[in-house]
Design a protein around this ligand. Structure first.
Ligand code: AMP
Ligand code: ZN
Length: 465
């Protein structure tokens, strides 16, 4: 294990600091998750992947069962209501379907499941409890069915974003409303009309504002003060600033979380991603369609492309970067596979990788270290390549079973697709549907896959070179 302490850049102090968990037996991290109304785009994948790497690192440093990682699911939001109405489906159907796709997408990107994935709609009681405390202590007031947080009631509001007051006021003015006492006051609770989702509360039937959801879910699962809070840089203001205001004023602590971490933004081919620019791309499209660069991109390739840039830097997502990542991963996988032939991969990462990650999750440096395996000869090389396999597994770039079976070039065929087609063909044969079985075989052959049907009923495959 690395002897260097973990150091993390803290947005709250604008400095890289030694990390000291409140309780090393239970290191606690909260990351703002998706609002489930539409497919997640590749920018949304960035915090998911980055904090997955940190989760893996924390588990390595403190023990698998000593880290609690909470990533919420925002399933009550006006964007959700609007989209459900537009599509003529129920809110529940929309959020369930969107969440299912999100979970499959991020699994394909090699992310572990967080310890808890709380849903906002299951934490309304906690939200009402926090709002009640805020009203009692003079930090919030009810007006016309709304409850607002009173920003002037908090002496050091704005410590995270350090924005000049006039900028914050300008930002808050977006929501001008007669019931607001202060320009910057923000909504904790708002009334729901018939047909809108709503819950009974001391202030009438209504629904929560966005910020209060995260204060409630982090409180329930991590307590009043916890170790790490993460999200994209765009969340610093107002979302995280307001989470801090609510939680600190409700519970009376100096901080909500000790370390605040924010990933930089992702652009596509040098431009901000937007539907009007036509460069808007979802994780699902990258994985399963040929929309971006004319081909499908396997999850590990997307993940590698993401991790080659340090998380705090902006990242430019390009077809060229994906192609480079694909070639690099093929090269590594070939080497790791040849060394691991038949042998189960040990999952202990190398000191170099851990040291790089311990320096503010420097994935760029960790990945550079993987290339040190090349150049040696003989047994040294064998060992280095076996270590490479373990490092790829640790970084979530290959699973144990992928390392054990023959590597199919990512450049040639997407492994998932092949496996799915083979499974479908086995099912077709089981049902004696020979026409379908032949059709699937032809499809696989067209992809350059050679099948071998074994006597025991299994099918093995390789790529024709
Ligand atoms: P949202 O669904 O907009 O609340 O975003 C979910 C998460 O994705 C948040 O942590 C955002 O900060 C992050 N995010 C959204 N767009 C991007 C982007 N273009 N680059 C990096 N992170 C992003
Ligand atoms: Zn949040």
């Amino acid at each position: 294990m690395s002897t260097r302490p973990l150091r993390l850049y803290n947005t709250l102090t604008r400095a890289k600091e030694d990390f000291a968990p409140i309780d090393p037996a239970n290191v606690r991290m909260y990351v703002c998750g998706p609002t489930v109304y539409d497919f997640a785009h590749i920018g949304n994948a960035r915090p998911v992947i980055v904090f997955d790497v940190l989760f893996r690192l924390l588990r390595h440093l403190y023990g698998e069962h000593h880290v609690t990682y909470v990533r919420n699911i925002t399933d009550v939001d006006d964007k959700i209501n609007a989209r459900a109405a537009e599509r003529g489906v129920s809110i529940r159907e929309l959020t369930e379907e969107t969440n299912r796709i999100f979970q499959a997408d991020v699994k394909a990107l090699g992310c572990l499941e967080p310890t808890v994935q709380p849903r906002a709609t299951e934490h309304i009681a906690e939200m009402i409890a926090i709002i009640g405390r805020l009203i009692e202590s003079g930090h919030a007031y009810a007006a016309e069915g709304h409850v607002l947080f009173s920003v002037p009631s908090m002496a050091d509001y704005g410590r995270l974003s350090r924005r000049p007051l006039d900028e914050m006021v300008a930002g808050a003015r977006v929501d001008v409303a007669p019931y607001k006492k202060g320009d910057m006051d923000f909504v904790l609770w708002k009334p729901s009309r018939d047909g809108e989702p709503g819950w009974e509360s001391p202030w009438g039937r209504g629904r929560p504002g966005w910020h209060i959801e995260c204060s409630a879910m982090s409180w329930k699962h991590l307590g009043e003060v916890f170790d790490i809070h993460g999200g994209g840089i765009d969340l610093v203001f107002p979302h995280h600033e307001n989470e801090i205001a609510q939680t600190r004023c409700a519970f009376g602590h100096d901080v909500m979380a000790n370390v605040w971490m924010h990933n930089g933004f992702l652009q596509v081919e040098g431009e901000k991603m937007s539907k009007s620019l036509g460069n808007f791309v979802t994780i699902n499209e990258l994985l399963h369609s040929e929309k971006f660069g004319g081909r499908m991109w396997p999850g590990p390739v997307l993940r590698l492309a993401m991790l080659r840039t340090h998380y705090r830097q902006p990242i430019d997502f390009t077809v060229k970067a994906l192609e480079d990542a694909r070639k690099k991963l093929d090269f590594w996988m070939r080497a790791a596979r040849s060394a691991l032939d038949g042998e189960p991969a040990s999952l202990t990462p190398s000191d170099e990788v851990i040291e790089a990650l311990a320096d503010d999750v420097n994935t760029h440096a960790a990945l550079t270290a993987l290339d040190r395996a090349f150049g040696a000869t003989g047994e040294v090389r064998e060992t280095a390549h076996r270590q490479l396999g373990a490092d790829l597994a640790f970084l979530g770039l290959a699973t144990r079973s992928e390392l054990k079976r023959p590597h199919v070039e990512f450049s040639a065929v997407p492994t998932d697709e092949v496996e799915n087609l083979i499974a479908a063909r086995i099912a077709a044969r089981g049902a004696k549907n020979w026409a379908e079985s032949d059709r699937l075989r032809d499809e696989l052959v067209a992809m350059g896959v050679v099948l071998k049907d074994n006597k025991d009923g299994t099918t093995t495959w390789e790529v024709k070179r």
